[in-house]
Ligand binder design. Structure first.
Ligand SMILES: Cc1ncc(C[n+]2csc(CCOP(=O)(O)OP(=O)(O)O)c2C)c(N)n1
Ligand SMILES: [Mg+2]
Length: 609
């Protein structure tokens, strides 16, 4: 056997650089790194040696660079991913939130935090978390519940099995999610004689598991019998590259479609069968059909509470869920008619068996009524009041072409975008709503731009989320990956303030003005973004915003536009109930009133069937 002598870190980098996806391009778009003790000497030296074969990107915050890596994978429909390496203590734990985000959204990312010494000789090392009862615990154990596959590399040769296992997880449609290889720092530097064959380039084909024939037969029987079937398209439709197949299937069999946050842009917004967003932040058209549907065909969706109106949306007394998902964990839920299989392959097979079957007509006027409501709330305002989020979305929408990608994650904007954004092409809508993590937006926008350099990336972010994490804006400037960031400053956590009031609370601790303060907060976002190297300006109206967007599109680097907005309004049209538990006991009459309404709403909830 021919061998090559390398350190464990060098071997890991060489192996990762040789992995390719089914399009025979490198699976990894490189490695994000913030060095410290625990990775600079071992992994750092190895990354330097790899040069452009495995490019290293320097971020400003471990969570931020992990967000960029995850967004890169999402924008690539999981066909490509990135590695992220950190030092052993706070650098590693800074990344745990991002690991949870990737886990919830089932997105591939390889985390390589440095770890304590396997030989334990210098213990306790700087930043070592000492467990009094368990010598095997380090800070990296925090990754265990939020990794699909976790391993601790305590001997070099472990990589011979750990790395292929990592790749299998990252490229498996059902098991996909974050992998954490906690890499003991002394081991990174240790030499080993590796078989040369370990570094041969390898193509990982995304498997397309076919559904069981009996399951397909059950599904076809249910679709044939349905008087008002409806499809809910989730993120799995994108990850399976099934958007075209979905369009063909829906049209041939006349079944309308509602889109989840992860599924949005599966069909173009102006497709007659695209009834818009579904659920709590849903279009009136999609929700009206969902309420009366006797068969919900859920494709590639986890059916989380925002999609199902906390399980009060689907009101038909005999309704069934037909769940098509590559993951058996999902198809087993909700007493569904289960079809465990790849979305693309399953749609093709169902189509063949269904033949020319067409579902009965549905009320097409629902869609035109909804689009009229969208156009009304997104139109340029005629008053001088502070604009709403919806009006800002209208201005941004009018300024972009069909190739643009809008990026968002938390606050009031995801709900408004879900209802109102008109996505023309698959992946044109990138909203992280599995974890809805404040601080994903700008870092995520950078990752999207790295994955899709030819498309305009527009990040829409609230003042709260901007303050939570913004430092990768400087990275976007440094790397020359231009993103346009629109910062909507409503002076606080507007959506949580609205939720607080809707549950009977007093406006408290959400808006800056109703939070304890000595000096009123006055954050200059323009100066802040400008200080990080972006071109930044503030506008005072929606009309000015449209003009500024023109300048932003022409600019040669990342651009930030700040606009003051009204924290109170959100789009009334559409929507559905969301289960947020209201206190049973309170001295506040408004809370008691909200509790009564809540108890009534609970009666419509059907979690079990
Ligand atoms: C990391 C994180 N912390 C807390 C929350 C809970 N949360 C959701 S939205 C929100 C406020 C967001 O404020 P901003 O970005 O200004 O948007 P707005 O609500 O004003 O539209 C908070 C605190 C969250 N989603 N993520
Ligand atoms: Mg805000």
């Amino acid at each position: 056997m021919k061998t090559v002598r390398l350190t464990a870190a060098q071997a890991m980098v060489r192996y990762l650089s040789q992995q390719q996806n089914e399009d025979v391009v490198p699976f990894f778009g490189g490695c994000w790194a913030i060095f410290g003790h625990g990775n600079v000497a071992g992994i750092g030296e190895a990354l330097h040696g790899a040069g452009d074969d495995f490019p290293t990107w320097r971020g400003h915050n471990e969570q931020g660079m992990a967000h960029a890596a995850i967004a890169y994978a999402k924008a690539s429909n999981r066909k490509r991913a990135m590695t992220v390496t950190t030092s052993i203590g706070p650098g590693a734990t800074n990344m745990v939130t991002a690991a949870a985000l990737a886990h919830v959204n089932r997105l591939p990312v390889l985390f390589v935090p440095g770890d304590i010494f396997a030989n334990r000789a210098p213990d306790p090392v700087l930043q070592q978390v000492e467990d009094f009862g368990d010598g095997t615990i380090s800070a990296n154990d925090c990754f265990k519940p939020v990794s699909r596959y976790f391993d601790r590399i305590m001997r070099p040769e472990q990589l011979l099995t750990a790395l292929p296992r990592a790749m299998a997880t990252l490229t498996d449609a059902a098991d996909c999610g974050p992998v954490t290889l906690a890499f003991c720092q002394d081991v990174q530097a240790e030499a080993f004689d590796w078989p040369e064959s370990f570094f041969a380039s390898k193509v990982w084909k995304t498997p397309r598991p076919r559904a069981d024939l009996d399951q397909l037969a059950d599904a076809v029987a249910a679709i044939r019998a349905a008087k008002q079937p409806m499809i809910i398209a989730g993120g799995g439709v994108h990850y399976a590259d099934a958007c075209d197949d979905l369009a063909k299937f829906a049209h041939r069999h006349n079944i309308p479609v509602g889109e989840t946050q992860a599924g949005k842009s599966a069909l173009p917004w102006d497709d007659d069968l695209n009834l818009g967003s579904i659920g709590v932040t849903g279009a009136s058209s999609a929700n009206a059909i969902a309420e009366n549907a006797d068969l919900i065909i859920a494709i590639g969706t986890r059916l989380q509470d925002f999609t199902t109106g906390s399980w009060a949306l689907f009101k038909h007394p005999d309704r069934r869920i037909l769940s098509i998902n590559v993951c058996g964990y999902d198809t087993a839920k909700h007493n569904a008619i289960a079809v465990t299989g790849d979305a693309k392959a399953t749609l093709v097979e169902l189509d063949k068996i269904l033949g020319d079957h067409r579902a009965p007509a549905f009320d097409a006027s629902l869609k035109s009524d909804w689009m009229a409501a969208v156009d009304a709330v997104t139109a340029t305002p005629t008053s001088n009041n502070l604009p709403t989020d919806a009006q800002v979305i209208g201005a941004v929408q009018r300024s972009v072409d069909e190739n643009a990608i809008v990026v968002c994650a938390a606050g009031g904007l995801p709900g408004e975008l879900h209802k109102l954004w008109k996505a023309s092409k698959p992946n044109g809508y990138h909203v992280e709503y599995g974890f809805s993590c404040m601080g994903y937006e700008i870092a995520g926008g950078l990752g999207v731009k790295m994955a899709k350099p030819d498309r305009d990336v527009v990040v829409m972010v609230g003042d709260g989320s901007y303050m939570m994490m913004n430092s990768e804006l400087a990275t976007s400037v440094m790397l020359g990956h231009k993103i346009i960031t629109v910062i909507l400053d409503n002076r606080g956590y507007g959506c949580i303030n609205r939720l607080q009031m809707a549950t009977g609370g007093e406006s408290f601790n959400n808006l800056l003005d109703t939070a304890r303060h000595v000096v009123p907060s006055a954050i200059d976002f323009t100066a802040h973004a400008g200080a990080m190297g972006a071109i930044a300006e503030k506008v005072s109206s929606v009309t000015e915003l449209e003009a500024a967007m023109e300048r932003a599109h022409k600019a040669d680097r990342s651009y930030a536009i700040v606009i003051d907005t009204d924290p109170l309004p959100s789009t009334d049209a559409g929507g559905n109930w969301w289960d947020v538990a209201v206190p049973e006991v309170s001295v506040r009459p408004t809370v008691n009133e909200a509790r009564k309404k809540y108890e009534t709403a609970l009666k419509a909830q059907r979690p079990g069937d």
